[in-house]
Design a protein around this ligand. Structure first.
Ligand code: AMP
Ligand code: MG
Length: 422
């Protein structure tokens, strides 16, 4: 969003009339936040979870030389017998890290260990279990293939080839591959500074006694954990009481340092819902009704230089809206490219499901293998957006399209396993 050139059609924070489809809300948010600008060089060993800012190219071959895949005997393929046996004289040993220095001639072989360079004059390794050794003589039978058990230089990474693409989020495997090519430092995107806060007079922090009408604040805790799983460090601004002044002060202060502010609660149309009011006065905000259940109300906007997400207060709603709308935006802000698409699998309903057309639903459910080997899925009994226990007992969402009505047992539905969410 460019505040200087705001036009209703292009303003990502513009209010939608009626319900906004989830894909449209996701698209607007991801496009608005854009890609990160700043990068930093860090040691490879500290880069787990970070996003690569520049494509890594191999300036060596991996492996750097032909080497043995087995413990055995290295020889030239011309020494393999067509029938019967050949007897070769062992002229030395090749160790991993201590190559055999000489040339292997006709009638000769070298004892070789896994990872040792192929000695000059050899191209094939026979496993030690497949030979007979008699003194210095090594006896080899038929059935071997020229070149067997030899790893080729560059077969993992060729010289000049791409090791990892810019935009990759670095997993242990990514780090290992880069290390195998001798990479010591990587350029990664700087991570966005994210501040979170809860709104609500009823909220008490854990460890304090509950007063009348109070409940414990759970959203900051689950939000922090969801952010940390994305590799983001969180500033926790605590609980903001339901007062206009306090909400304004907290949000303005957060916008001084944070690049992203995530609040929960206070975005409905109740009398104590001040978040949108403050954002309207001090920044730019769209108050959207996204056509999903749970989680209809969502505020998205800008406050100073910070992006703002106002999530609904109900704990399940705040988690669902985080996963569906905030997480893709944060992944984009972290430089992840392309954005991961949700993993959806097909499963058969174990029981009928009630669903009114009009909103895309994320029903908390459990997957199990059915008797016919197909996956079956059963929605949990309590689907209230306040019942956080449903997120603990579930291992997936059943994702029901907006137009979908009631379903019968045995019908196929799409399921998003929780394991695929980050
Ligand atoms: P609100 O969106 O502020 O109207 O809140 C909707 C519901 O979510 C109310 O029942 C709140 O008490 C509850 N709620 C709001 N914020 C939190 C929170 N941080 N932790 C637990 N429940 C919350
Ligand atoms: Mg509230």
């Amino acid at each position: 969003m460019n505040p200087g050139h705001s036009h209703p059609d292009h303003d990502p924070c513009a209010e939608g009339e009626g319900l906004l489809r989830l894909e449209e809300a996701q698209r607007r948010i991801v496009e608005a936040v854009g890609r990160p600008q700043q990068t930093e060089m860090i040691p490879l060993g500290r880069a787990a979870g970070r996003v690569l800012a520049a494509t890594l190219t191999a300036d060596v071959e991996v492996p750097p030389f032909d080497n043995s895949a087995m413990d055995g005997y290295a020889l030239h393929a011309s020494a393999l017998p067509a029938t019967g046996e050949s007897s070769l004289r062992q002229v030395g040993t090749a160790w991993a890290g201590r190559p055999f220095q000489g040339q292997v001639g006709p009638g000769e072989c070298v004892r070789i260990m896994t990872g040792a360079p192929m000695p000059a004059g050899t191209d094939t390794v026979i496993m030690q279990e497949q030979v007979h050794v008699a003194g210095e003589q090594v006896i080899i039978g038929v059935g071997h293939r020229p070149g067997e058990n030899r790893r080729q230089a560059g077969e993992s990474l060729a010289h000049g080839s791409e090791i990892l693409a810019a935009g990759s989020r670095l997993t242990p495997a990514h780090l290992g591959l880069a290390a195998s090519a001798g990479v010591a430092e990587v350029s990664v995107y700087r991570r966005p500074r994210v501040a979170i806060l809860s709104t609500g007079d009823e909220l008490q922090s854990a460890g304090q006694p509950l007063g009348p009408g109070q409940i414990y604040d759970s959203n900051r805790c689950s939000l922090t954990a969801m952010l940390e799983r994305l590799g983001i460090e969180v500033t926790d601004l605590g609980v903001i009481p339901d007062r206009l002044e306090a909400t304004r002060d907290a949000l303005l202060e957060a916008s001084q340092t944070a690049e992203v502010i995530i609040s929960s609660g206070g975005v409905s149309v109740g009398d104590a819902d001040f978040v949108v009011e403050v954002l309207r006065a001090e920044g730019q905000v769209g108050f959207w009704k996204v056509a999903i259940k749970p989680g209809k109300p969502l505020a998205f906007g800008r406050l100073g230089r910070a992006w703002f997400f106002g999530l609904p207060g109900n704990p399940v709603s705040s988690m669902v809206t985080f996963y569906q709308l905030v997480q893709p935006a944060l992944q984009r802000l972290c430089g992840v490219d392309p954005l991961p698409q949700p993993l959806l699998v097909n499963a058969r309903l174990a029981a009928p499901l009630r669903k009114q057309p009009g909103r895309l639903e994320f029903q908390r459910a459990r997957l199990a293998p059915g008797r016919d080997g197909q996956l079956t899925v059963e929605a949990l009994g309590q689907q209230g957006s306040n019942v956080l226990r449903s997120m603990v007992e579930a291992d997936c969402f059943i994702v029901l399209p907006l137009e979908q009505g009631h379903l019968e047992a045995g019908q196929w539905v799409q399921v998003q396993p929780f394991a695929g969410l980050v």
